[in-house]
Ligand binder design. Structure first.
Ligand code: AMP
Ligand code: ZN
Length: 483
């Protein structure tokens, strides 16, 4: 994917890779634990529903991290998990169980088998989203229900070492036994202790103690009885099983910091007596109308909804990369439209205007891009650099093309696709030349689309698809090509 030499065949100079570590709250020079590989664990989604476009920001961020590590010459071993059985929707072990909510919504009976079936569906949908976003596949996906024995063994270890206690509803981790509990994000434990929170389980010794095993009438058999492992223990056991007891980087969204990731640190380090993850990295949230994305508030947009509104996954990826992963961003269709227009212009240059131009990547720009990306993954600046390259009169078209395609190894915008595949987007038919019946269908679909009547727009798109016509919604209206 990458060439590590500049135009004069001089090796490029890699400045130290600096990453922001949530634990130290500062930029640190990345030094892997071993020379063999970099081990990364990323918290995956709870697969009870379609993920929303905010969730996907967390995986586009990890993909940028991974591409940067690869560019720097590292081998990466990466796990993403699927949480496919009940953990409670609030971090504090209270509230509604998301998987139960999914089963109720889909009118499925409450059993482990149904949970598996329900999650099969949403795992597939999540994988499709990752693929459409051009996210490099992790070395392994780990599914929580496939690692229940490992989770039980880890809880047993914690019990043997004296870190647990039992209440009437389960086995809990006793944070008072782990003095640095809450160090990630500097959690105010005393505040939690004194706050008068109604949901606090009165049997817990401290509000921040968390469930390792929850008794239930459903679940898996264990020495403590039937039940489910807690959410944090899932990730710890899967990280141990797939990557080992110590990993280089653990990632997630910022909401994972206070409870889930502090829980993971406490369990893992109590069990092994060693540091669990050397670096903790978190991506900021995506908001809509400056509010948290929540399906219950009706703003949990999915990729399918973006497609229906006429935007592709790569257009969404381009838009995401125009913000740094540690800044909060506000989603709007206006912003996405502006990105779509810029990205379309770029793709037209690469796949049409400069399609046959030959040249070699320019070493100076490559060097600039490395300097930028190694400074805590500054993708907005890499995108700005690409536009600088487009405008640079000192480079030939061939050199511009080669340099941008090279830098796309970092951005993953699909600019390295085969020219013919990329050019397909621009080989459109004139609507007036199409059979009249097809024109009528296109017109009807356009009316449905403007009215945001997605089911109708989809129905018509499917009919046209069967007749061999591909539709692409663009800022200049619908574009049609023949399959
Ligand atoms: P969940 O299924 O809630 O565990 O979320 C899966 C991933 O998405 C986690 O890494 C979350 O931190 C992340 N996430 C959740 N909501 C958002 C959001 N609005 N913006 C960005 N990332 C999010
Ligand atoms: Zn996790």
């Amino acid at each position: 994917m990458f060439s590590l030499f500049n135009t004069k065949n001089q090796p490029l100079n890699f400045p130290p890779l600096q990453l922001f570590n949530t634990e130290s709250r500062s930029l640190e020079i990345f030094e892997p634990l071993s020379n063999k590989e970099v081990r990364i664990y990323s918290c995956g989604p709870t697969v009870y529903d379609y993920v929303h476009i905010g969730n996907l920001r967390a995986y586009v961020f990890v993909d940028t991290l991974k591409r940067t590590l690869l560019y720097n010459g590292y081998v990466v071993n990466h796990t993403i998990n699927y949480t496919d059985f009940g953990h409670l929707s609030s971090d504090a072990d209270t509230g509604d169980d998301k998987m139960m909510k999914g089963l109720r919504r889909e009118k499925m009976d409450v059993s482990l088998e149904s949970m598996r079936l329900l999650s099969d569906r949403y795992i597939k949908a999540f994988n499709n989203d990752l693929e459409a976003l051009n996210i490099i596949k992790p070395t392994q996906f780990a599914r929580a229900s496939d690692y229940v024995n490992e989770q039980i063994r880890l809880i047993e270890t914690l019990e043997q070492k004296g870190y647990t206690y039992e209440t009437s509803d389960g086995i809990y981790f006793d944070i008072s036994k782990f003095p640095t509990y809450g160090r990630l994000g500097n959690i105010d434990l005393d505040g939690q202790q004194s706050a008068n929170r109604t949901e606090i389980n009165p049997e817990k010794h401290h509000p921040a103690d968390f469930a390792l095993w929850k008794y239930g009438t459903l679940g898996w058999k264990s020495k403590w009885g039937l039940g489910f492992p807690g959410w944090h223990i899932e990730c710890s056991a899967m990280a141990f099983a797939t990557l080992g007891k110590q990993i280089d980087i653990h990632t997630g969204g910022v909401d994972n910091i206070p409870t889930h990731h502090n829980g993971e640190i406490a369990q893992c380090e109590s069990a092994t007596g060693k540091q669990f993850s050397k670096y903790w990295m978190h991506s900021e949230h995506l908001q809509i109308n400056n509010q948290k994305i929540a399906k219950s508030d009706g703003n949990g947009l999915t990729m399918n909804e973006l497609y229906q509104a006429g935007y592709s996954a790569l257009e969404y990826r381009y838009w995401l990369l125009t913000s740094h992963y540690r800044t909060k961003v506000n989603f709007s269709y206006e912003a996405l439209e502006a990105s779509k227009q810029a990205f379309t212009k770029l793709r037209k240059l690469i796949f049409v205007d400069w399609a046959d131009e030959k040249g070699r990547p320019d070493g100076n720009y490559q060097q600039k891009a490395i300097n930028i990306i190694n400074d805590d993954l500054n993708t907005p600046q890499v995108i700005a650099l690409i536009w600088e390259i487009v405008k640079d009169d000192k480079l030939t078209k061939g050199e511009k093309r080669a340099t941008i395609v090279e830098l796309d190894g970092l951005l993953g915008l699909g600019l390295d696709s085969k020219s013919e595949d990329g050019a397909k987007i621009f080989s459109h038919l004139k609507i007036a030349d199409l059979p009249e019946a097809v024109q009528v269908l296109i017109e009807e679909r356009e009316i449905a689309r403007v009215a945001r009547n997605w089911p109708e727009a989809d129905r018509i798109r499917a009919i046209l698809d069967q007749q061999g016509y591909l539709l692409e919604d663009s800022s200049e209206g619908v574009k049609v090509s023949k399959k």
